[in-house]
Design a protein. Structure first.
Length: 589
């Protein structure tokens, strides 16, 4: 009792001192952030005041521009620092907030009875996390939380459309979530466009060629010879043919080079399914597994009936193509659909699903998440995200529906909807192709960001593409000065993999992405074998040198929002796929 009273007294003394410096008007509330509810969300009722929120407070990173400069230098193949990655401690030092920000936010929390033992801080102290009731959060943020329901799938979230902070804190807090972020995280059936069981046949099934027709296809550009059956069923062996890595065996299969897969929405990677896949396509890997890491309480269920179909295709393709490079699976807690009365009253799903478009995310949140990816790149991590399966818009693109292509600024004008985080400039975005001659496919996500300006590393490539477009095409529907995506593409249809013990076929950019990640891991393995560091953040080297080793996709394109979308053409478009053997000389640089 005495200790509690003393702590409160000391806190009061500190606030008396603080208030003697900062005027009362500066402690008055002012709106920090306000958004229009994204289309599709309906307000149901006020949230129960006794529910608990995991409130995350982002403090400014005043030296982020220095971190970004480091990132660009160590990722530029022509720079003397290329490949000299930073340590975690060095990165943390570069994103640490000023002491004044730390002190003011701590004082503000103590004002509401939240003390250091109640706070969780990131290693760099740029994120502060507290578990508090909705009642207290509403008082601290001068707002009201509501339960919102999505009309399409009935998913529930607890959010507000506006919150306030004392004026003095506005320059010391970048954002607070969950508040205004309406990101809708979806399970596999939307992240991977389609899937069918083996008995139903491939999603892109074709009649096998007659005996008097050729059984192989030779790409006239790359010179690669591929079994024509790849147009019916895609396997590890046929991917090796298509991307010219037949016979390549990793030379440095150590923890210096690992390939990781993230699992959200309780997508569990099943070891039995993985080994069934190995027995079918990678027999030398049978009996092996992967390293498991839990994030925010993520589980590792090995019950076959709980095997995640998204986790299955991702791990099987990524690990199968790279064996024996060690595989890692990160599992993040989160159950779809979220129901506010569940054990966890706040949805724990992380906002990195490839079906998330920016209209559901406030710009402050998207930018802060994007900046966090720069930290990984500075440490030598190659980070890839699927470009999504919504073409230039959102779901409904098969009918070229316009109603899902509205802006989120209250004007409700028709606009293309760039996906996030695929449009973040610090990640490598993966689009989709079709057939062994690889043409751009209608559902492949792609376009130009409204939130992120075009990075300098892609200026030349994107300008060349824009100059080829007819004058005035899609004017007002996209931002020609924004970051263009995807950066690369890969085959996305007809993958054979195993789920719940059964062979099935999958399609989508979620299938293409682990394939590209695997090819990058093989290139990094090659670099390690000749005494060079791993590739790290890919985009600067891809745009400066990598396209010389690509199979150029010049046909097809994506659609959506009542338009034909962006076409594939010579050069970046957005598209392209890998010919790894042609990239190996570039990997030596």
């Amino acid at each position: 009792m005495f200790a509690t009273t003393l702590r409160a007294a000391l806190s009061l003394v500190s606030f008396v001192s603080l208030f003697s410096i900062i005027s009362a008007s500066e402690w008055a509330f002012a709106v920090k952030e306000s958004i229009h509810p994204p289309p599709g969300w309906v307000k149901c009722s006020s949230a129960s005041p006794d529910r608990v929120l995991r409130l995350r407070i982002a403090l400014p990173q005043p030296q982020f521009h220095v971190l970004e400069q480091h990132l660009m230098e160590i990722s530029d193949p022509d720079h003397e620092r290329y490949g000299r990655y930073l340590s975690k401690d060095q990165v943390d030092d570069l994103v640490r907030p000023y002491d004044e920000s730390l002190d003011l936010v701590t004082q503000w929390l103590e004002k509401w009875g939240i003390y250091e033992e109640d706070i969780s801080r990131s290693a760099a102290k740029d994120w502060v996390t507290v578990m508090i009731s909705i009642r207290l959060a509403e008082q601290m943020l001068n707002t009201t939380y509501y339960i919102w329901r999505h009309v399409q799938d009935g998913a529930f979230i607890i959010r507000t459309t506006e919150y306030s902070l004392p004026r003095v804190l506005h320059s010391h807090v970048d954002l607070i979530q969950p508040t205004t972020s309406f990101g809708r995280w979806k399970a596999m059936r939307t992240a991977t466009l389609d899937w069918k069981s083996d008995s139903e046949g491939s999603v892109n099934h074709r009649v096998s060629p007659a005996s008097d027709t050729p059984t192989v296809y030779k790409n006239p550009v790359s010179g690669v010879t591929v079994d024509l059956s790849c147009n019916e069923t895609v396997t590890v062996n046929r991917l090796q043919q298509l991307y010219n890595v037949v016979g390549y065996v990793p030379k440095i299969p150590t923890k210096n080079n690992r390939i990781g897969v993230t699992g959200f929405l309780e997508q569990y990677a099943n070891i039995q399914d993985l080994n069934t896949f190995y027995a079918d396509q990678v027999p030398q890997a049978v009996g092996t597994s992967f390293e498991f890491t839990s994030v925010n309480g993520g589980q590792n269920s090995q019950n076959l009936s709980e095997s995640g179909v998204e986790a299955a295709i991702d791990t099987q393709l990524a690990y199968g193509l790279t064996y024996p490079i060690p595989g890692v699976f990160w599992s993040t807690r989160g159950t779809p659909p979220f129901i506010p009365d569940a054990k966890y009253p706040e949805n724990g799903n992380e906002p990195y699903g490839d079906t998330t478009n920016k209209r559901a995310l406030p710009i402050s949140y998207a930018r802060r998440v994007c900046d966090s990816f720069a930290q990984l790149g500075a440490r030598g991590v190659s980070l890839l995200f699927a470009a999504g399966n919504g073409g230039v818009g959102d779901w409904g693109l098969q009918n070229r529906s316009e109603h899902l292509c509205f802006s989120n600024d209250g004007c409700n004008v028709t606009k293309f909807l760039p996906a996030f985080p695929a449009s973040c400039p610090y990640v490598t975005s993966v689009g989709a192709t079709n057939n062994i001659d690889e043409v751009g496919i209608f559902f492949s996500g792609g376009g130009f960001s409204d939130y992120f300006p075009r990075p300098s590393y892609q200026d030349e490539a994107v300008n060349d593409y824009l100059e080829k477009l007819p004058e005035g095409l899609y004017e007002g529907l996209y931002n020609p000065y924004g970051r263009g995506f995807p950066d690369v593409s890969a085959l996305s249809i007809g993958y054979r993999f195993f789920w719940m013990g059964n062979a099935i076929f999958g399609t989508g950019t979620s299938a293409a992405t682990p394939v590209v990640a695997a090819l990058i891991a093989l290139l990094s393995d090659y670099r390690l074998s000749v005494g060079l560091p791993t590739l790290g953040f890919l985009n600067p080297v891809l745009y400066k040198k990598g396209f010389a080793g690509f199979n150029d996709v010049t046909k097809g394109g994506n659609i959506g929002c009542g338009t034909d979308g962006f076409n594939a053409t010579e050069g970046w478009d957005p598209g392209g796929s890998f010919n790894v053997s042609r990239l190996i000389p570039l990997a030596n640089s």
